[in-house]
Design a protein around this ligand. Structure first.
Ligand SMILES: *[C@@H]1O[C@H](CO)[C@@H](O)[C@H](O)[C@H]1NC(C)=O
Ligand SMILES: *[C@@H]1O[C@H](CO)[C@@H](O)[C@H](O)[C@H]1NC(C)=O
Ligand SMILES: *[C@@H]1O[C@H](CO)[C@@H](O)[C@H](O)[C@H]1NC(C)=O
Length: 440
């Protein structure tokens, strides 16, 4: 019983729809025929018929011809107007769709978010609101950005940690900034990166002396007066240099001792996990590796060694309980205070080499790491090198997660060394690899 109804209804509906469609089709054809006749066929044929009889025409016929000519020219102008109207209409239609999209979209998903975002902004103290909120462009709509409003670039998580943001933006405008490096860096590492700009001045170290000249600066521990020590456990470079001899965990514990392990890093190649800079540079024509990036480069020794080979390396580093950025800069190298979460501030296909030791490892969530690797691939030029230096992971992760990930991103392997970590626990692995972005 249900079946017959099920069959009947759609059929009937189909037939009536067909009828309507046929009617519409007929109408469309008729209207078009009429249009063609009036606008195209009629004038040209009239004109053609009459052109042969121009000479010796009687007055009424001439008058009639005059009227016809006037009519024809009027028709032609009407047709032009119609065409113009039609194109205006289609333009208008397009705009209407855009506007409709704008009107509809917030209702569909983002309305609450937008409203929430605005309320959140309004609840901020003035300086914080100015630092992260919208500003109207003084010269009006910008074709470059397609907007008349600009938002300062701040990390997406800045508004998620509102209390921290408010705290960070609490200072006297035009006065001295609070010494809140640790707090600020923690906020940055939570995803409020880049941090908002501030209108205050950081304190200068007392008795500051300028840096040593190159090339001596590369291997000289700078004077203590180049640093504000408040944020750090150590209060002098001597303390930092000797930190490696004391128990306890610190990031890059022996990085400040330029006469220690730093001195010999990347100078010799053990044929296994330790690659030498010269071996890596020799995989390419001389002088063709010129510019690059060291991700999480500690005290900047990789950049120093590269500089000695006329390669310019920018070193990203956090100031994790040590003035790493100041130290790198004192050596005459370029530090970038940037976490591994942020999109690399380089354009596509620009860098010759990217190096990272220890930092890119299994502490980074898999998906984030994949985004990072794609970002490195993006900024490397074709034929550019990614030197993964002592990438650390658990045994099974190597083949299950990281090898397929590196393949997925599209790197070509030039050299690959995996080895068990000697100290501590079982089945912890290191991977060193020299990878290349393919030429095509
Ligand atoms: C035809 O039209 C013109 C002006 O458009 C007018 O001067 C002329 O007298 C007209 N001729 C006749 C025969 O009506
Ligand atoms: C680096 O460049 C300088 C100046 O151009 C040159 O004298 C020196 O030999 C170069 N060093 C290396 C290792 O290529
Ligand atoms: C990964 O796979 C390769 C080849 O299949 C194997 O030789 C290697 O031992 C594996 N590595 C680990 C860490 O299991």
């Amino acid at each position: 019983m249900g079946n017959s109804e099920d069959y009947g209804y759609p059929k009937k509906k189909k037939r009536s729809t067909m009828k309507t469609m046929l009617k519409i089709l007929l109408l469309v054809i008729l209207t078009n025929l009429l249009t063609i006749y009036i606008f195209a066929g009629a004038p040209s044929s009239f004109h053609h018929d009459l052109s042969g009889y121009t000479n010796g025409l009687s007055l009424p016929l001439l008058a009639w011809r005059n009227t016809t000519a006037a009519l024809l020219s009027e028709l032609a102008s009407t047709r032009a107007q119609l065409d113009a109207t039609r194109s205006q209409l289609s333009d208008f239609h397009q705009r209407l769709q855009v506007v409709a999209g704008l009107l509809v979209r917030p209702q569909e998903d983002g309305e609450d978010d937008d409203e929430g975002g605005r309320r959140l902004l309004e609840s901020l103290p003035e300086e914080a609101r100015l630092a992260v909120g919208p500003h109207i462009l003084p010269l009006g709509f910008s074709i470059r950005s397609g907007s008349d409003t600009v938002y300062p670039s701040v990390g997406s998580a800045c508004l998620k940690y509102k209390d921290d943001l408010v705290q960070y933006m609490k200072y006297e405008v035009g006065g001295e900034c609070p010494v809140d490096d640790i707090f600020a860096q923690r906020l940055l590492l939570k995803g409020c990166e880049p941090l908002p700009r501030r209108r205050c001045r950081p304190r200068s170290p007392k008795g500051y002396v300028g840096p040593a000249p190159l090339p001596e600066s590369l291997w000289r521990v700078p004077p203590d007066t180049s640093i504000i020590w408040e944020p750090y456990t150590c209060k002098s470079y001597n303390c930092l240099v000797n930190r490696m001899k004391r128990p306890g965990f610190y990031d890059c514990k022996d990085c400040f001792d330029l006469q220690g392990r730093e001195k010999s890093r990347w100078l010799s190649d053990n044929g296994n996990l330790d690659y030498s800079i010269d071996w890596v540079l020799n995989t390419k024509p001389p002088g063709s590796i010129r510019i690059g990036l060291d991700i999480g480069g500690g005290g900047g020794t990789f950049a120093a060694r590269m500089r000695e080979r006329n390669v310019t390396i920018i070193t990203t580093s956090m100031n994790l309980d040590g003035p790493f950025n100041n130290f790198i800069a004192s050596r005459g190298l370029v530090p970038l205070h940037m976490s591994v979460s942020q999109r690399l501030p380089f354009f596509e296909n620009t860098l010759d080499i990217v190096h990272s030791m220890h930092v890119l490892s299994n502490w980074i969530p898999d998906t984030m790491l994949e985004f990072t690797l794609y970002d490195i691939y993006r900024v490397l030029r074709p034929g550019g090198l990614l030197w993964l230096d002592h990438f650390f992971c658990q045994g099974p992760q190597m083949n299950q997660t990281y090898v397929p990930m590196i393949d997925r991103v599209g790197f070509r392997k030039i050299r690959w060394n995996a080895g068990m970590k000697m100290d501590k626990h079982m089945n912890e692995w290191y991977l060193s690899a020299l990878l290349e972005k393919p030429m095509t």
